[in-house]
Design a binder for this molecule. Sequence first.
Ligand SMILES: [Zn+2]
Ligand SMILES: [Zn+2]
Length: 341
Amino acid sequence: MRAIIIDAPGNVRVGSVPDPTPHPDEVVIRVEACGICGTDLHLIDGDSPLARYPLVPGHEFAGEVVALGDNIARYSGSEAGVKVGSRVAIEPNLYCGRCESCRTGHENLCFNYNAIGVTTNGALAEYVTVPASKAYVLPDTLSLREAALIEPLSCAVHGMHSLNLRSGDTALIVGAGTMGMLLMQLIQRGGASRVAMVDLNVQRLARAEQLGANRTYKNIRQALADEPRGFNCVIDATGVPAVIEQAFMAVKRGGKFMMFGVAPSDASVSLSPFRIYNEEITVIGSMAVLFSFQAALDLITGGIIDTRAMLTSALPLEDFQKALSQVRKGEGVKTLILPNA
Ligand SMILES: [Zn+2]
Ligand SMILES: [Zn+2]
């Protein structure tokens, strides 16, 4: 089958790999749509500490079940019941189930963490094998392209659970990429009184306003000019250390500062410990997904998230390099690859 192959950091191509066969408890998915995200860029650039090469990337996907491994019958009739022909989205994180984190309800912090498309071959391919327990059957009303947004949304939902937004809070989101846009919509509809967004890209700011942001700014200084005391919740969705330092200045007394963007693993920032103490600022991390995949599926099915404005490009596998350059340039919001188009 055709697939995107990262042979080594900096070396990515459209190539051919053997068709997958399912092991016991696994199913084979014919991939309809797979999103490209920042994690894929990290994998291609070689700055993901978890990556194992050669690798087929792709972890934000939906498709149709085309083959079942042994044992799958025992899933049928259950919530996770899948059969040949089921339309599904996949939770890509693979937890060991045995370590201290897994056994204390923090599976996203698994000490033996793996993920489809990061440490095992992913969905930027015609077919991918996944554990049946990770497949979520979709309602007929939901298109498979929309369903490719469930995975990034499930990360934003986990962020919302950790942020614990209070009704009436003001919020500032720095970075109007896919994650920033999803978080903004959740915070907007979650009871915030005002949500502001910062991004350098004016097209993204226009789209953020269209999706419901109350105010948009090209930098944090401008946002602070309008809200001199800062915001109750400030979320970094850039992962850029210099931006994180500036965003910290926009946290109100008693406020919360969430690290959502993926900074380089060896980066550090300078934050005032006196302010954290004296102004009782809470710093929060949010990593991947924790019991938030079904919630994300339900939010998209319920029309709470505007998927049409989010899905700005869909290209065949052969156009991967073009798709990659769109993502690197920050054109549009979510770029999808359609491996079987
Ligand atoms: Zn992603
Ligand atoms: Zn574990």
